[in-house]
Design a binder for this molecule. Structure first.
Ligand code: URA
Ligand code: CA
Length: 434
């Protein structure tokens, strides 16, 4: 087989076979296919698209390019959740103990990652003593016993995706539905998930800015998942403002604690119940979505959810007393209020700009090796639809620097204020099952 023939076949809009896709991915991973040929193929895919069969073959070829996590020692159906981007997304921290508290096994592998705030692993490390490096045996024992454990990423998962993603980044081929969908799904499948719940964000802070694009991406991922034998559902949710109030690592842990007690922000609470009920349903712990939702609501109300969070922290060496005393979490030296310059209604909070503001404070990483300041971040005092009067606080900055003029500037750029009453967007636009 010759790569040039595969490229011209795709350029002509024909469907590639499983053998051809495997040839490409194996060759590209081991270096026998050079970047320039892979670039040409990525561009051909960008213009000519891929059929569902091709997308499944591409995903599975990337899964097989590296290590695959074996979760077979863990009892039950392992459901994983993935959010496509978003700023200040605390859902994993809430969903993991929440669904575990109704008996769904959560065997979560999580990254640190680059971003405006840290990954789930960084957030958990704001809890004193919390250990994110567990050997495989301890990990599966903990999940079987408590239904929950979270471990830092290890192993060489989907090297083909790493290499291809890097190439796409510099060849203007990132924004291709078959390539995005196979990239995301390959990582979920390689991490050992039996079933997958996707949270596809839509809006100014997301990959997809409109409902058509979001629906197309969601459908692509659901079809790949189902085609690969993993029951998959996608929720399309709003990202025209950050979720919840908190953006920052320790601040989000505090917000997760509030939400697990039923005292969190309404949007975060609602999205966690929506995603959580899909997870419980896919795990076979409820006959219907409604029944799943009732179980989760009951777990919050009875205190089972927050108790599960304590068990989870303690079983990984962390100091679970922070749950009852969140003031023990790292705190910043200064709090600074950002006041509204005019009266009106909040019409949008550009998530990306707010994310940059948090990252300037040190809440996120700019390079793989940079240090995160776990204490710093932002609390949004006003959200879309809220009325605001001049001088009221829009945002509270938690900072370890006294001077934050550049952060304040970003916050003003992010907050759009209008004179008319603003209608809020729905939180959940659609749920895609096939
Ligand atoms: N996230 C991924 O992991 N891959 C993509 O291609 C896009 C977003
Ligand atoms: Ca948040």
């Amino acid at each position: 087989m010759r790569m040039v023939d595969v490229i011209s076949k795709k350029r002509n809009g024909e469907e590639l076979t499983k053998q051809e896709i495997n040839f490409v991915i194996e060759g590209y991973t081991n270096g026998t296919i050079p970047d320039y040929q892979m670039s040409a193929l990525a561009m051909a895919i960008y213009f000519k698209d891929m059929t569902t069969n091709e997308r499944v073959h591409l995903t599975m070829a990337m899964v097989e390019s590296g290590d695959q996590i074996d979760l077979s020692a863990i009892e039950g159906i392992k459901v994983d959740k993935h959010s496509t981007g978003g700023v200040g997304d605390t859902t994993t921290l809430i969903l993991a103990p929440l669904v575990a508290s109704v008996g769904v096994p959560v065997a979560k592998m999580s990254g640190r990652g680059l971003g405006h705030t840290g990954g789930t692993i960084d957030k958990l490390e704001s809890i004193k003593g919390f250990e994110v490096e567990l050997d495989g045996n301890t990990f599966s024992t903990l999940v079987n016993k408590n239904k929950i454990a979270v471990v830092g990423q290890s192993g060489n998962l989907t090297p083909a995706d790493k290499k291809l993603y890097g190439l796409r980044d510099v060849t203007a081929t990132v924004n291709s539905i078959p390539l995005i969908a196979s990239s995301i799904m390959s990582k979920k499948i390689a991490s050992g998930a039996d079933a997958i719940v996707l949270d596809v964000k839509m809006g100014s802070g997301a990959f997809m800015e409109d409902i058509e694009g979001a629906r197309e991406l969601a459908q692509a991922m659901v079809q790949i998942g189902n085609g690969a034998g993993r029951n998959t559902i996608a929720v399309i949710s709003d990202m025209n403002q950050p979720l919840g109030f908190a953006i920052g690592n320790a601040l989000e842990v505090k917000e997760a604690i509030d939400t697990l007690r039923g005292e969190g922000p309404a949007d975060l609470h609602e999205l966690c119940l929506t995603l959580g009920s899909q997870m419980v349903y896919l795990a076979g712990k409820a006959q219907t979505i409604e029944e799943a939702r009732e179980q989760l609501e009951a777990a919050i109300k009875s205190g089972a959810a927050i108790e599960k969070f304590k068990t989870f922290i303690a079983s990984q060496g962390g100091d679970a007393s922070v749950v009852d005393n969140p003031s023990e979490l790292p705190t910043a030296s200064y709090t600074i209020e950002v006041e509204a310059k005019e009266d009106g209604y909040i019409s949008e909070i550009v998530a990306n700009e707010i994310g940059i503001a948090a990252s300037i404070l040190g809440a996120g990483r700019t390079t793989k090796d940079s240090e995160i300041d776990l204490a710093v971040g932002l609390i949004l005092n006003k959200k879309v639809g809220d009325k605001v009067t001049k001088g009221e606080s829009l945002v509270t900055i938690h900072s370890n620097y006294e001077s934050v003029s550049d952060v304040i500037e970003k916050i003003y750029q992010s907050y759009k204020i209008r004179q008319k009453v603003v209608e809020t967007n729905p939180l959940v636009y659609d749920i895609i099952q096939e």
